[in-house]
Ligand binder design. Structure first.
Ligand code: FPP
Length: 271
């Protein structure tokens, strides 16, 4: 085991493949310090960089960060514009580091609502990083899970209309290929900071079998230590995917995939 895993007391075999984070509490962090809310978002970007780097070192396959929800458009114009400026800045400032760290960048969400410059910065980075094979970093922007599912339903209907897909052939896997997260492993772990215990329209389909973790610290105070503690907690949980504890114990290598038929159960190998 390499030094990193030893230092953090992490078992690389028992880590999640895909982690989603609801980065909550930036506003409260700032207000508690009598700072404008945007100061909390700025601090939040520092945490984004730190936690992304940690995820790279852990060898996670994917990290999805909830940066701006569909509902966040309802915030005061000043805050929306400050958040968009920060995202614009992030896409420019972090480009080189993303490419150097073999990270594959992806934007998920309703692209139609984004300004053309943010969209073109993000699209360029997606293209430039498309052959990277390390961490898949997804930034959820103008994102809402229900909206994403509806977009996927529309894509499926278009394929049915054009004769590319027969309705009878539509299964979970085919449907997933039409989500913004197509090709990524399903979400194993969702973290929400700042003490709220809500899902807030985040990766509803992808996190159907995820383990949830609610951290009381606000996102600007979320440290590598806290992340490592939650990852250790994750590693100790028994994920049964509908099976009995006895069945799980009989398969010590683990079956890290959900499955809904006994036939598939015996053929799916753990990853
Ligand atoms: C929730 O805190 C946080 C947001 C709505 C924005 C999150 C954005 C960032 C961390 C920075 C940009 C992200 C990237 C990927 C560069 P809140 O404002 O709702 O906090 P509150 O609940 O305390 O008001």
């Amino acid at each position: 085991m390499n030094e990193f895993f030893q230092r953090w007391n992490l078992d690389p075999q028992k880590l999640p493949r895909h982690v989603g984070i609801i980065m909550d509490g930036n506003g409260r962090w700032a207000t508690a310090r009598r700072l404008p809310r945007v100061a909390g978002h700025r601090k939040g970007v520092e945490r984004v960089n730190e936690i992304t780097e940690f995820a790279v070192q852990c060898g996670l396959q994917a990290l999805t960060l909830y940066a701006f929800s569909d509902e966040n458009w309802r915030r005061p114009e000043e805050e929306v514009s400050a958040l968009m400026s920060l995202l614009r800045w992030y896409l420019k400032a972090e480009r080189n580091k993303i490419l150097e760290n073999n990270i594959r960048f992806r934007l998920i969400g309703d692209r139609g609502k984004l300004s053309s410059d943010i969209l073109s910065l993000a699209t360029k980075l997606e293209e430039e990083s498309s052959s990277n094979s390390g961490l898949n970093l997804c930034v959820a922007l103008s994102y809402g899970s229900r909206g994403e599912i509806l977009r996927a339903v529309r894509r499926v209907l278009e394929k049915v209309e054009s004769g590319e897909l027969y309705p009878a052939d539509l299964d979970e896997q085919t449907f997933e290929e039409n989500l913004d997260t197509a090709g990524l492993p399903e979400v194993d772990m969702v973290i929400r900071t700042s003490g709220e215990r809500r899902v807030s329209n985040f990766l509803l389909w992808q996190a159907a079998y995820a383990e949830y973790f609610f951290e009381s610290a606000p996102w600007p105070d979320f440290t590598e230590e806290m992340f490592a503690t939650l990852l250790r907690d994750y590693s100790s949980r028994e994920r049964r995917f509908g099976r009995t504890p006895e069945q799980v114990q009989q398969r010590p290598e683990g079956d890290n995939k959900r499955t809904n038929s006994p036939a598939r159960l015996s053929s799916v190998k753990g990853s």
